[in-house]
Ligand binder design. Structure first.
Ligand code: SF4
Length: 222
């Protein structure tokens, strides 16, 4: 979908749906994961429909959210962040404030997942290549599933911008080569189970399958 202006451009706040550290399943290495709410696309089979509502989560100024992410990064000694959603570019102005603030605060590597195409976004927002290390772009297509680690469907691709930093570029190139899909299962304080990363088809079903009944133990012999 080509990037088109919408009324949400001027919103100054970002709705935080979820945040987690360390995140190991969405981007190279250990990272802070940030999920922003709001996406109008309704892709069939969307992996994160709970973040589609623009009013879901907690509405925060980009400056406050930057502080929260930097505090979490400091606590876990992390210098990389993944931003997903929802559609992070649904609110590009506060997103720019967030990514530029993270860079100023010492974050060296920022990966963003978007349903738009990188060439449309970079044309519209030249600041992307200044602050964002890599974009995984394109809408999720359920009928076109991928087994590759970084994407949910084969129409999506990894666009690396961080050619200034050899080690970051290399980490993305190595990550791209990893064939085995990773998912990270976390238990929230309210005991809710979450799968972070990109689960393969049927992974959720396997997770909630009942444990097989163990065979009866032999009767003890006298
Ligand atoms: S663009 Fe992403 S978040 Fe939005 S509906 Fe599609 S898969 Fe879900």
């Amino acid at each position: 979908m080509r990037f088109t202006p919408n009324l949400k451009w001027n919103l100054t706040k970002l709705n935080l749906g979820y945040i987690h550290a360390p995140l190991t399943a969405l981007g190279p290495g250990r990272r802070v994961g940030v999920w922003l709410c709001g996406c109008a696309r309704n892709c069939p089979g969307c992996l994160s429909p709970e973040f589609a509502d623009f009013k879901a989560g907690e509405a925060l100024t980009a400056t406050n959210l930057t502080r929260i992410v930097l505090d979490l990064a400091k606590k876990h000694r992390l210098s990389a962040v993944t931003i997903s959603g929802g559609e992070p570019f649904a609110r590009p102005r506060p997103l720019k404030t967030l990514v530029s603030g993270l860079r100023s605060g010492g974050i060296e590597d920022i990966l963003v997942y978007t349903g738009y195409w990188a060439y449309d976004l970079t044309e519209e927002f030249p600041w992307i290549e200044k602050y964002i290390s890599a974009l995984v772009d394109g809408p999720f297509e359920r009928q076109n599933p991928s087994k590759e680690i970084f994407r949910g469907s084969d129409n999506q691709s990894l666009n690396i911008f961080e050619y200034r930093d050899y080690f970051i570029t290399r980490s993305y190139l190595n990550w791209k080569k990893v064939e085995k899909r990773q998912a990270q299962i976390v238990v929230d304080p309210d005991l809710r189970l979450r799968i972070l990363g990109i689960p393969g088809p049927g992974d959720y079903d396997h997770l909630f399958e009942p444990f097989p009944t163990p065979p009866p133990e032999d009767e003890p012999t006298a």
